[in-house]
Design a protein. Structure first.
Length: 368
């Protein structure tokens, strides 16, 4: 019998969809290896101790939580400390870039346990590219820990699904890309549904910068609002406000690269002229990285002024090739405009987009 690709591999989905269970799971996740007691869970969620006991008992029965020892109590017996059980479930993250493909497998806590990279040509079109993506995901799963992909293999950790991040614009609700700059043949192709059918797994599709921003937002200590500015084969931004990515109703938020900054500037494949992306990538191609950093800083300043961001995080292969040049260049532009917003490259490694893609699948488990 053909399996419904929406099947989440036997995990107790109704339990995971419970708002209260998600609150508890997220606190277990952020507590890390040290864990957290039931009393602390009750205090931080506002739930009754009885409700917390029922939720944690169910999570332990499902293998999603485990004991992490005991903690001294102010009275009575020591408190049992609980932690997330990362090996209970896994997710695949896929970064489809214009010229490269990265696939990785993470555990429930977001730790990467397996990774593959290979060249890719987005211009080959949806059919050949999605064939390659499906093959890479299968290869990744063959190399990683054995997982349960349907409900008939109890005892194995569950594979929750595949998160795919690619250049925008796209409609993340419909799982369909728009007119990707330079690659119009992708417009309207049912990427999410086609991959789900090929793999027999749930698939989530989002813009590359949104995925990276989500992964960064879920790290402990992340600022409440920030702009993740990505300079690689293109230029875009992932925006986080109130701890959550700002996508917009049409996933159109964050198209930073297509700000017009020079009215009579060179034409862009998006149809405009003088776009930030065209000017910045041209400077990179000439080897003028200081100039490129200044252009990037102008775009970052526009975001900070418009949205009053707490922080600007820089990432993408071009930035990571000369992180200090870009960090100092962007800081200089902001400082020159009287903007004290911190600028950092830390934490935005080469696989930030692929890791964020896995969080597209994992995030809802934790109510994100």
């Amino acid at each position: 019998m053909k399996r419904d690709p929406r099947d989440q591999g036997g995990v107790n989905v109704p339990a995971l969809r419970s708002h209260n269970a998600a609150l508890v799971l997220d606190l277990l996740r952020t507590a890390g290896e040290t864990g957290i007691s039931r009393l602390e869970l009750a205090e931080r969620t506002g739930l009754t101790p009885q409700a917390v006991s029922k939720i944690t008992a169910r999570l332990r029965a499902d293998g999603l939580a485990a004991e992490a020892g005991h903690r001294a109590s102010t009275g009575g017996k020591p408190r049992t400390v609980l932690r997330l059980a990362p090996s209970a479930a896994y997710a695949v993250g896929v970064h489809v870039d214009r010229d490269a493909l990265t696939t990785l497998l993470t555990d429930l806590g977001g730790t990467v346990v397996s990774l593959r990279r290979r060249p890719l040509d987005l211009g080959e079109g949806p059919g050949p590219v999605l064939d390659t993506v499906a093959d890479e995901v299968r290869g990744l799963l063959a190399e990683g820990p054995e997982v349960r992909r349907n409900g008939d293999r109890p005892g194995l950790p569950a594979l929750l699904g595949v998160g795919v991040a690619m250049p925008g614009p796209l409609d993340h609700r419909a799982g369909v890309p728009g007119r990707v700059t330079g690659f119009p043949e992708w417009a309207g192709h049912p990427v999410r549904d086609e991959l789900a059918g090929r793999l027999g797994l749930p698939v989530v599709l989002d813009k590359d910068t949104n995925a990276a921003a989500l992964g960064l937002a879920l790290r402990p200590g992340a600022p409440g609002s920030f702009a993740y500015v990505h300079l690689g084969t293109g230029l875009g931004a992932g925006l986080v406000l109130g701890g959550a990515p700002l996508r917009g109703d049409r996933t159109g938020a964050g198209e930073m690269g297509h700000q017009t900054v020079q009215l009579d500037g060179p034409p862009c494949d998006c149809g405009g002229r003088g776009c930030l992306e065209v000017l910045c990538l041209a400077a990179v191609a000439r080897g003028e990285l200081d100039e490129a950093a200044g252009i990037l800083g102008a775009g970052a300043a526009n975001l900070v002024r418009l949205l009053d961001m707490d922080q600007v995080l820089l990432g993408g292969r071009v930035v990571l090739g000369a992180p200090e040049v870009f960090a100092e260049g962007v800081r200089g532009v902001l400082a020159g405009l009287g903007l004290a917003t911190p600028v950092d490259v830390a934490g935005t490694g080469p696989d930030a987009v692929a890791e964020g893609a896995a969080w597209l699948v994992l995030g809802p488990i934790f109510g994100q």
